[in-house]
Design a protein around this ligand. Structure first.
Ligand code: PLP
Length: 395
């Protein structure tokens, strides 16, 4: 059956994770599941918080009539109100339910926003290293991705480099904090500098430039740090997020988008986004999940467990000679590849039954990604294999 040439090309370019998955299956067959250390996928190993189960049981025992029907494309007013309340506190300004749309995850929210704002050929700046799906999502809606590197030593925003990439065709900049794949969080000063630059470029090119803040890891932040709310710093901003990671619900496809109430033309944007949510075929976010997450806006999985895994991994790997930025959040490490060729290094790691994703998969050759949302025992058992790998790689 024929498929579009473009899709065939995309498949071949995005095959890293699938290749790693297949290699993992092969190694598991040979060595047994316990002897393969798979750090490839950002699929949380934890279960949702106890409160989620209680609310789920409660809803099953006391069903609300009509609870499985279609609803407004934007979602239930009660859920949007609960999201808006928490966002208002974080942003220090009144966010209303009308500024929130419930979506099928952050991935759904990103597609809704991009469909709503992009004319054909308009540019979206993405910051390397980046979540690889951004490029495909931008392409879905006729946009053109423009890659700009973050600071190569710290992975922090390089606002001057972003400014240099802004053109008369730029419509949006996507940021992600805490970041997948680096775990870095952008501090207030960087966001303030970004907001000031974007406002200046909006005046220069006489057009609005959106900052889309992709933040599904926002509640997974360490050492008491908190992700600063983007609405405080950038007027033309939209948050896209989900409960895939913070409530460990990735299979349930529940998230939201929220627009800055101070943004120029926010009503028109929201009207467009509701329409896009409908015609992308999402129609509305899953009804049952909306009812549950309305009650869980202040909950999260145990962040302490993730932080302890970060420390275990970071301390051991740096002692072995690997070099990396210490993550502020999310559940990834993004060390420098000890071999200049990150693909060769990842292939070498497979010989030690360690599965990783090369930095090339994130637009960042020369690095590799470790996803540590796995059982702590897997990390502990893998350490002798890491020591051998470090020796083989000349560390
Ligand atoms: N954005 C980033 C940076 C991610 O890492 C992910 C998932 O891994 C997503 C968006 C999409 O998440 P979901 O659609 O499950 O909410």
């Amino acid at each position: 059956m024929p498929i579009a040439t473009k899709i065939a090309g995309h498949i071949s370019k995005s095959s890293w994770i699938r290749k790693m998955f297949e290699e993992g299956e092969r190694l598991r067959q040979i060595h047994g599941a316990d002897n393969v250390y798979d750090f490839t996928i950002g699929n949380p190993d934890t279960e949702p918080p106890q409160q989620f189960r209680e609310e789920l049981l409660n809803l099953a025992r006391h069903p609300v009539p009509g609870m499985h029907r279609y609803m407004s494309n934007a979602g239930y007013a009660e859920t949007r109100g609960a999201v808006a309340e928490v966002l208002s506190e974080a942003a220090g300004l009144e966010v209303k339910a009308d500024h929130v749309i419930m979506t099928c995850g952050a991935g759904g929210a990103l597609n809704v926003v991009l469909k709503t704002i992009l004319n054909p050929g308009e540019e979206v700046i993405i910051l390397a290293p980046y979540f690889v799906e951004y490029k495909f999502y931008i392409d879905n809606h006729g946009g053109v991705p423009r890659e700009v590197w973050t600071d190569r030593g710290t992975f922090q925003l390089d606002v001057a480099a972003i400014e240099a990439a802004v053109t008369a065709k730029t419509r949006a900049i996507i940021i992600c904090s805490p970041n997948n794949p680096t775990g870095v969080m952008y501090p207030e000063e960087s966001l303030a500098a970004l907001g000031e630059m974007v406002a200046r470029m909006e005046r220069r090119f006489d057009r609005q430039i959106y900052v889309i803040s992709d933040e599904p890891y926002a509640r997974i932040s360490y050492d008491g740090k908190q992700v600063p709310n983007i609405f405080r710093f950038v007027q033309s901003s939209v948050i896209v997020t989900s409960h895939s990671k913070d409530l460990a619900l990735p299979g349930e496809r529940i998230g939201y988008l929220a627009a800055n109430p101070r943004a120029r033309g926010v009503e028109q944007f929201m009207e467009g986004a509701v329409f896009s949510n409908r015609v992308l075929g999402f129609v509305n976010a899953p009804a049952l999940m909306q009812r549950l997450v309305a009650k869980l806006q202040r909950a999260s999985v145990d962040i302490g467990e993730y932080q302890a895994k970060r420390d275990l991994f970071y301390d051991n790997l740096t002692a072995m000679g690997f070099r990396m930025v210490k993550p502020d959040g999310a559940f990834y490490l993004f060390p420098q590849s000890p071999l200049a060729d990150d693909v060769a290094f990842v292939t070498m790691a497979q010989k030690h039954r360690i599965l990783l994703v090369p930095g090339a998969g994130f637009g960042a050759p020369g690095f590799f990604r470790i996803a540590y949302c796995v059982d702590r025992g897997v990390i502990e058992r893998s350490l002798p294999a890491w020591r051998e790998l470090a020796r083989d790689a000349g560390l």
